[in-house]
Design a protein around this ligand. Sequence first.
Ligand SMILES: Nc1ncnc2c1ncn2[C@@H]1O[C@H](COP(=O)(O)OP(=O)(O)OP(=O)(O)O)[C@@H](O)[C@H]1O
Ligand SMILES: [Mg+2]
Length: 274
Amino acid sequence: MEVLLRVKNLDVSYRGAGPSRHHAVQQVSFEIGEGEVLGLMGESGCGKTSMALALLGLLSEEQADVSGSIQFRGEELLSKERSSLRAIRGAGISLVFQEPELALSPVMKIRDQVAEVIHAHNDCKWERCRADAELALARVGFSDVRRISSAYPHQLSGGQRQRVVLAQALACKPALLIADEPAASLDARSQCEILALLRELQRELQISILLISHAPEVQASLADRLMVMANGRIVERGPFEQLYRNPSHACTRAMLRTAAPASVAADMDFEMVT
Ligand SMILES: Nc1ncnc2c1ncn2[C@@H]1O[C@H](COP(=O)(O)OP(=O)(O)OP(=O)(O)O)[C@@H](O)[C@H]1O
Ligand SMILES: [Mg+2]
């Protein structure tokens, strides 16, 4: 498997108001292969979102110091200018956040919001971008694309909004999707639907995913490998099954204990040791 993203000794240190700093990500190293789903699990505040933002170059110099190395397809991203990072964002690497509301403008129709992303990365006419936006919406499972296209975000359900954000993120066919708690704001049924959709799209498009979720059942259903983060560091890594059967770090044990055994077992296709 070819390595798509190689991260070495990544550090994120937030600047406080005074001389104080918060070292949110510390010496994190990992690789993601082409077509691989790598899970990142960790308790609230351990640094997961900070790492995702750093990978995408979304932390400003005023906000935080980011150091180490982030290579995407062999190219170092940390030394790149903001403008070339913007070109990679969306087309090479894209992001889905927990809160779809933050990614969508309340005053723009859905089709135009997806079309804007396509327009930003492709040299094509607006009408063509709008037509491609409808295709992108159909790909994430909307059967009534016409109605959804001309709706505003507030006219959709939370699950539908998250689908739109996924359509936006996948519209330019990125090689890597960073999904930060993609289902956490949804009810159980919509959560299942979004996860099934992610799994289907990952197989169909052969994209790599960095799946950030504190929920073991989410990781069990999608991740090929799992990393566990605590206090900004990766404390354990391996296939989900191995970590589930034999967790070596207290943090992994604590997180896996909260898993609903039946749903994890159903997703993992192996018998639980109780
Ligand atoms: N802009 C910021 N300035 C200063 N500190 C920050 C900033 N953003 C996050 N932090 C701090 O960095 C730490 C890691 O936060 P982060 O959002 O990365 O955690 P997380 O693992 O994503 O948590 P959650 O599961 O709740 O989303 C926290 O202690 C947080 O308070
Ligand atoms: Mg977070």
